[in-house]
Ligand binder design. Structure first.
Ligand code: ADP
Ligand code: MG
Length: 242
């Protein structure tokens, strides 16, 4: 049974058709990327999967249960990191546990066990403004992970980072996911990022977003991935695929 199943989802925002009949399925523990040009509707699609927005048509199933328009089942890291500036890193990452009614002491204990893998060991008492962009994103990822830990939606988590930090974070996320094996949908407009991280890539058209291509990076040889990159670029750059 698919962890995430999107069937025939369409959405119009302020009179503009944004999503056009999107269907996709993500199996448990798979890492999928959704790749598409800026403004095509990627964040809108994640908002619908997370239940923050209702589709005009179509449905969202999570673990085989109709979850259309309902929140609370997936961890969602939105485009901004949204760490609370007045809380230190440990208290920031504990928020989802506290919301679930876990005691502060127990939440701290749980969060502390993950700090080394998230590269935050020794920084728990720091405030967000005292950390680099990469560390803030790792803290936001840990907070996202602690919300449910099994299904994560990540919206362009590294888009604001400089190229060197972004590259390091991508490698780190790949290793982290190999260890913890969550089900992930990562939204990006960066082909290299999608090729590096995902088992399967869905390529979306410009707005209204439709699925143009489903691709499976080989991940083994640079030559095959280069070929796939050219294919994806050709699909994205085609003048009109309607
Ligand atoms: N709440 C909203 N109301 C009206 N239009 C919106 C809203 N959110 C996004 N849009 C518009 O819908 C389109 C898709 O936005 P978005 O999903 O954020 O794209 P992406 O994440 O792919 O860059 C954009 O043209 C954007 O301006
Ligand atoms: Mg977006």
């Amino acid at each position: 049974m698919a962890a995430i199943k999107v069937t025939g989802v369409s959405k119009t925002l302020e009179g503009l058709k944004t999503l056009d009949n999107i269907s996709l399925a993500v199996e448990c523990r798979e890492f999928r990327a959704i790749l598409g040009p800026s403004g095509c509707g990627k964040s809108t699609l994640l908002n619908i999967i997370a239940g923050l927005l209702k589709p005009d048509q179509g449905r969202i199933e999570l673990g085989g249960v109709d979850w259309t328009g309902r929140t609370g089942r997936v961890s969602y890291m939105q485009q901004k990191d949204l760490l609370l500036p007045w809380k230190n890193i440990l208290d920031n990452v504990c928020i989802p546990l506290l919301l679930r009614g876990v005691s502060r002491k127990e939440a701290h204990g749980t969060a502390r066990t993950y700090l080394p893998d998230f590269g935050l060991d020794g920084f728990e008492a720091y405030y967000p403004r005292q950390l680099s962009g990469g560390m803030r994103q790792r803290a936001a990822l840990l907070r996202t992970y602690l919300f449910t830990s099994d299904i994560m939606l990540l919206d362009e988590p590294f888009a604001t980072l400089d190229a060197i930090t972004r590259g390091k974070m991508q490698v780190w996320l790949k290793e982290l996911c190999a260890k913890y094996k969550p089900t992930v949908i990562l939204v990006t407009h960066d082909i290299e990022e999608a090729l590096l991280l995902a088992d399967t890539i869905y390529v979306l058209s410009s707005r209204p977003a439709r699925v143009l291509l489903q691709a499976e990076p080989a991940g083994v040889t640079a030559a095959i991935n280069n070929q796939l990159k050219q294919e994806i670029l050709a699909v994205l750059e085609a003048p009109s695929t309607r």
